[in-house]
Design a protein around this ligand. Sequence first.
Ligand SMILES: C[S@@+](CC[C@H](N)C(=O)[O-])C[C@H]1O[C@@H](n2cnc3c(N)ncnc32)[C@H](O)[C@@H]1O
Length: 319
Amino acid sequence: MADFERLWSYSVGFYGVWIVHIGRRAGLLARLADSPATVDNLAAATCLYRPAVQAWCSAAIAYKFVSKKSGKLHLAKNMKAMLLDTKNPDYLGGQFSYLALRSLEYGAFDDLFRHGLTRDMTSTFEAIQQATDWDHNAFLAAIKNNKIHLLLSKGCRLLDVGCGTGSFLAKLHDKYPKSVFVGIDPSNEAVRAARQMAEHKPVKILKQKGEVMKFSDEFDAIYLGESLYAAQDRQRIVYNCHRALKKDGVLAIVEGLLPESNLQGNENRLIMGMQLDFALQGHNFMTAKEIRRLLRASGFKAIQFTDLGGALYLVTARK
Ligand SMILES: C[S@@+](CC[C@H](N)C(=O)[O-])C[C@H]1O[C@@H](n2cnc3c(N)ncnc32)[C@H](O)[C@@H]1O
């Protein structure tokens, strides 16, 4: 019976993901976060098709995302925090949206399993942005009292390798206006979006792979946010980062890391499942051992791992 219930909960989980993603994307959750509303209020406020809104409401009630009192739907405070508030440490909404958006690509698994064909990640920047929002805020919270925060507060030069659409650089610029930033990324689509974000800000975006960057003794800090796993030559990138840093400069890597034990532990289940998603993109997660080896081989010192939760780690090291 226990096994039956566990398997049953997996299929229910699938719909839970969709209800949250649709609620976020259609603005239904945001409207309910403002004040309780009837189905009619919701459909009118969002200009959406009433029968679809009605179906969403009744599903969202059944899954306990919202509750119904005196004919109105209510969104509890903790649901608002977990589903909408990107800065809350319990925020899961972006993760749900990532899973829903990535599942649109699952038709491509036939080609992967039969012919070894992978899909590059550039078609899914919207999904990536949803997931990495959490990384960025977890990183900013984790550095509160350390050297990177001090450097950024005083004003320093930071390089973001694999900056994607630039959403992390935008957050950094808001929080640390005295610092200047350079972002590099090999994807045309990412660079286009990042350059738009960077307009009129001390942020320079270059279209480039980390393997070929030529910076030398230029940066006080370098950030690699879920980009090292995606590189063809991880060692070359880490080596180039070492050269790009000034003496005593800091490297910060944020990556999901595969566990080396307790593979069935609850906290590791998401990353264990996500290996399929990464395989579809032609990538794989690293382990702490691999990161340590890459860093040591390039001459980095003072290597430290901070667990950010959900198998996500901040790894820092000094030149
Ligand atoms: C999962 S996204 C993360 C984006 C961003 N760092 C963030 O935190 O939102 C990975 C990024 O790494 C970039 N990337 C892939 N291969 C790379 C390489 N060899 N050098 C630098 N960036 C690379 C991809 O184009 C993509 O934008």
